[in-house]
Design a protein around this ligand. Structure first.
Ligand code: DQA
Length: 143
């Protein structure tokens, strides 16, 4: 199966940005981690990161008919973007939401997730392991 892993704004700053919340490892390490997990699961993977809402919408639309599962950490757009929610609903590709931090224990504005409304599962607060849980869920159910 082919999995698309989407990371939203500021996740390219991992390792630099608020390491007490997001950890010491950088985006390249996250990408390597996800690629290793997918290789072990026998899944093909493409990792995509963008700081731009429209680019994320374009990527989700382009996945239609070519991707079997989406793992998405929309980052700050989680809490604001109806456009990303609608794109996920439009393509109807099984999707799982991931957050490095436990958003439910942070500021109130992080408690709402629009993208999550189009996702089958949410893994939040497990750091990189949340991506592993999401990939394993998709491979077990759809692989
Ligand atoms: C995040 C949580 C969001 O609230 C925040 O805006 C991020 C990262 C996480 O992975 O914990 O950028 O999605």
């Amino acid at each position: 199966m082919k999995i698309l892993v989407i990371n939203g704004p500021n996740l390219n700053m991992l390792g630099i940005r608020e390491p007490g919340i997001y950890g010491q490892q950088n985006y390249a390490a996250l990408k390597q981690f996800v690629e290793d997990v997918c290789a072990r699961c026998g899944a093909e993977v493409e990792c995509f990161q963008s700081n731009h809402e429209g680019a994320i919408v374009d990527k989700i639309q382009a996945a239609y008919g070519t991707v079997d599962g989406i793992v998405i950490n929309p980052a700050a757009y989680t809490h604001t973007s109806v456009a990303i929610l609608d794109a996920l609903k439009a393509v109807s590709i099984p999707a799982v939401e991931v957050h490095l931090s436990d958003v439910s224990k942070r500021e109130a504005f992080r408690h709402i997730s629009y993208a999550g409304m189009a996702c089958e599962r949410t893994y939040a607060g497990y750091g990189f392991d949340g991506y592993k849980m999401a990939v394993e869920y998709l491979v077990e159910k759809y692989g």
